[in-house]
Design a binder for this molecule. Structure first.
Ligand code: NAP
Length: 252
């Protein structure tokens, strides 16, 4: 891979899985754009993950907003170079049982996960096609297989799998691969918020979750970052349209 093709964008990367992936990509030698809603938080993470060396910038953007996405991608291209790696990680939860789920909660989840990944991929693909090289990784979830209280999130995460496979088919001839990572339980603010919502202490919540996971522990952002690092590597060019469950055990 040439020097120019080592610019990566990670969305929702101010914290959690996104920050873990961004940190790993800096270690792998990529120049990384940390995109998140809050520019100051994005910049703080960019500074933190480059404390030991490397290059990262923080960019504030809402992935569900078309103009915001285009401006962010243009800025990354101007400040770091043409982005050829995209990790669509930004996400939100609006859990509720179907009969209590508001239209707003449905739309918010669809907009961040599905519309956001679509807008980001559409804006970045131009740079990838020009470079005849690219790597797209979309964050799905084991919830894509169905999960009580997550009709919106489960539909969005299943939708991302179809989106990923279609990108793989359309963009393959330009040297672009598209894959999805479907994490199981990963300890982040997102799962901490779920514990709080059901009234459980986070440590107890993680312990209970671990009893249901074959490797007997919950996951960490580094577990997802390791898989992302493989998928965006130059050598993974024949792996495309796949959904990799990173869940400490089999899922189907
Ligand atoms: P997290 O800690 O809640 O981080 C998500 C990040 O996305 C936050 O920094 C958030 O910003 C940002 N974000 C939300 N809406 C955005 C928007 N419209 N534009 C830009 N950024 C936005 O979540 P996480 O646990 O790291 O999850 C990361 C991804 O993995 C998500 O797609 C999630 O669905 C998926 N996932 C997580 C798990 C898990 O167990 N944790 C399992 C399966 C899949 P704010 O802080 O400003 O809201």
């Amino acid at each position: 891979m040439s020097e120019e093709t080592r610019v990566a964008i990670v969305t929702g990367a101010a914290r959690g899985i996104g920050a873990g992936v961004a940190e790993r990509l800096v270690q792998d030698g990529f120049k990384v754009a940390v995109i998140d809603l809050d520019e100051a938080a994005s910049q703080a993470t960019a500074e933190q993950i480059t404390a030991g060396g490397g290059t990262a910038i923080g960019v504030g953007a809402d992935v569900s907003d078309e103009a915001s996405v285009q401006a962010a991608v243009d800025r990354v291209a101007a400040e770091l170079g043409a982005p050829t790696v995209l990790i669509n990680n930004a996400g939100v939860l609006r859990d509720n049982l179907l009969f209590k789920m508001s239209v707003e909660d449905w739309d918010t989840v669809m907009n961040v996960h599905l519309r956001g990944s679509f807008l980001m991929a559409r804006a970045v693909q131009k740079h990838m096609v020009d470079a005849k090289y690219g790597r797209i990784v979309n964050l799905s979830s084991t919830s894509a297989l169905g999960n009580r209280g997550q009709a919106n999130y489960s539909a969005a995460k299943a939708g991302l799998q179809g989106f990923t496979k279609t990108l793989a088919i359309e963009l393959g001839k330009y040297g672009v691969t598209a894959n999805a990572i479907a994490p199981g339980f990963i300890a982040t603010d997102m799962t901490a918020a779920t514990a709080a919502r059901v009234g459980m202490d986070f440590e107890e919540f993680k312990k209970a979750a671990a009893t249901q996971i074959p490797v007997a522990r919950v996951g960490t952002p580094a577990d997802i970052a390791h898989t992302a690092s493989f998928l965006v590597s130059e050598g993974a060019g024949f792996v495309s349209g796949q959904v990799i469950y990173v869940a400490g055990g089999p899922k189907d």
